[in-house]
Design a protein around this ligand. Structure first.
Ligand code: AMP
Length: 469
């Protein structure tokens, strides 16, 4: 019995009724590349058949050759980018999943993690289902195929009623596109319009790229059907208090996106300002760990009155070190990506801002790098609370024992990363900075308070090893 690997960190995009559906999906995936760099795929529909192209690799590598679009005809398409974990980086797990069943063909793209996937899989296997992948997403297809309901939508709803956890889903059939978001609304999903076409995407930055107009977010618990009649909305799932993921603001989403109704860049700057209020320090300059630390460092500099400098330069042509799973290569990660600017750092008391510490590897290397470049003091400030608990709802975090703050105090971590001082944003500060409209963000990674429990979880899932994006 294999425990499912969570479908962590993915991005989804879909468009209905556009003559260049697959091409626009390619662009949409391009904008969502930060949500998954390991594999990607597009399924298109010409009204009577579905067509698929998917592969390991970045969006530009898989779809850069315009030839592939000849094989993705039709006016509707959905796409997926996936950030998988070591060991499971296999082509059979690339999405969207496309199957033929009694009603015709259906493709599914999923962002999130179904926490009761194993339980349902065991049940389905006992009834004779044969699974092709190790993705939790596949159970949705099996539930759909097994459904006795009279319509596809009822079948989808029936399947959704069985699954628990985090999901943003896009379904594509010959004739319609369906979007669904779990009742907690863990992951973001938005609806847009481009002329007479409808677009659904994980983040608004994908709408911006194709110049689609943002209409609204897909609501938690909402199922949206898009077909020739237009857009029909249903709320067929049990209502709960939504718990959108606060880590989307801290790290994961792109700063130009609006998620859960807020601009990510503005939120990150406010996290930095709040951090400065909580952890002042006498210093000469503030530098970000690029790119994820930049908005918070700007906020910190603004609030503290300290000068903002770019003390570390990032090589933008290096993917996540995680893409190379071998330990020997991962070791070079930070050096490949970041280089210090000696002129800016030499003789300075430096405040280094990053969004989070996971294992402590990145911060440790950065502190060393900044000191070697001549900094007289290195103070690390983190624009989120200590990450002490793994995420089971779609963010790739290692298991608990690898999270440095699950077993070390702030001062022990400070010593490990060899900083002169270390300050994390408080949970209260984080919540205040993110602010309304939601007062119930999922922050399980910081607090351990998981909104959805995990039936039959078994041993703690061994999520992948990664270094910094
Ligand atoms: P570590 O070296 O393990 O402490 O990782 C810390 C770095 O990883 C920080 O610079 C974060 O920006 C980055 N980070 C935090 N969460 C994630 C994630 N889920 N995936 C990739 N990178 C992350």
């Amino acid at each position: 019995m294999n425990l499912y690997r969570p479908e962590e960190e993915c991005g989804i995009f879909g468009i209905y009724n556009h003559q260049e559906a697959a091409n626009l999906t390619y662009l949409g995936l391009y904008a969502l590349q930060h949500r998954g760099q390991e594999s990607c795929g597009i399924v298109s529909s010409d009204g009577s058949h579905l067509y698929s192209h998917k592969s390991m690799g970045l969006v530009a590598d898989v779809f850069g050759n315009q030839e592939v679009f000849k094989y993705l005809p039709g006016r509707s398409a959905i796409g997926h980018v996936r950030y998988s974990t070591t060991g499971e980086s296999v082509i059979k797990n690339v999405q969207p999943i496309l199957v033929n069943y009694s009603r015709g063909s259906i493709a599914v793209a999923h962002n999130g993690n179904i926490v009761n996937a194993q339980m349902i899989k065991d049940e389905l296997e006992a009834w004779g289902s044969i699974f092709q992948t190790t993705m939790d997403t596949e159970i949705i297809v099996h539930l759909l195929a097994a459904s006795k309901s009279s319509s596809l939508i009822e079948g989808i709803v029936e399947s959704l009623q069985r699954i628990k956890g985090a999901y943003c889903l896009l379904f594509l059939t010959e004739k319609m596109m369906v979007a669904a978001r779990d009742p907690y609304g863990f992951r973001p999903l938005c609806l847009g319009k481009l002329g007479g076409s409808y677009v659904v995407a994980s983040e608004t930055c994908a709408l911006d790229l194709i110049e689609a107009e943002y209409i609204r977010d897909v609501e938690p618990g909402e199922v949206i059907v898009i077909d020739e009649k237009g857009v029909t909305s249903y709320f067929p799932l049990r209502k709960v208090q939504p718990s959108p993921c606060i880590f989307e603001f801290v790290y994961f989403a792109r700063p130009d996106s609006y998620v859960f109704g807020k601009n990510v860049y503005m939120v990150r700057k406010e996290l930095g300002r709040q951090l400065a209020r909580e952890h002042k320090i006498d210093a000469d300059i503030v530098i970000p760990v690029p790119d994820s630390g930049v908005p918070a460092a700007l906020g910190y500099a603004e609030e503290s009155g300290l000068r903002f400098e770019l003390g570390l330069i990032r090589n933008h042509y290096v993917g996540r070190t995680f893409i190379e799973p071998q330990q020997s290569i991962r070791h070079f990660g930070v050096k490949i990506k970041l280089n210090p600017v000696h002129e800016a750092l030499n003789g300075k008391r430096v405040v280094v801002i990053d969004d989070s510490i996971v294992r402590g590897t990145t911060s440790r290397k950065i502190v060393k790098m900044v000191r070697n470049a001549g900094a007289s003091e290195v103070h690390v400030r983190i624009s989120s609370p200590p990450t002490s608990y793994p995420c089971y709802y779609g963010i790739d975090t290692p298991n608990r024992k690898e999270l440095i703050s699950s077993s070390h105090t702030v001062d022990e971590i400070r010593r490990y990363i060899t900083a002169d001082s270390l300050g994390y944003l408080s949970e209260e500060g984080l919540l205040n900075a993110v602010g309304a409209p939601c007062d119930n963000y999922c922050r399980a990674c910081f607090s351990g308070g998981y909104p959805v429990t995990f039936p039959k979880l078994g041993p703690e899932p061994q999520l992948g090893l990664f270094e910094k994006e």
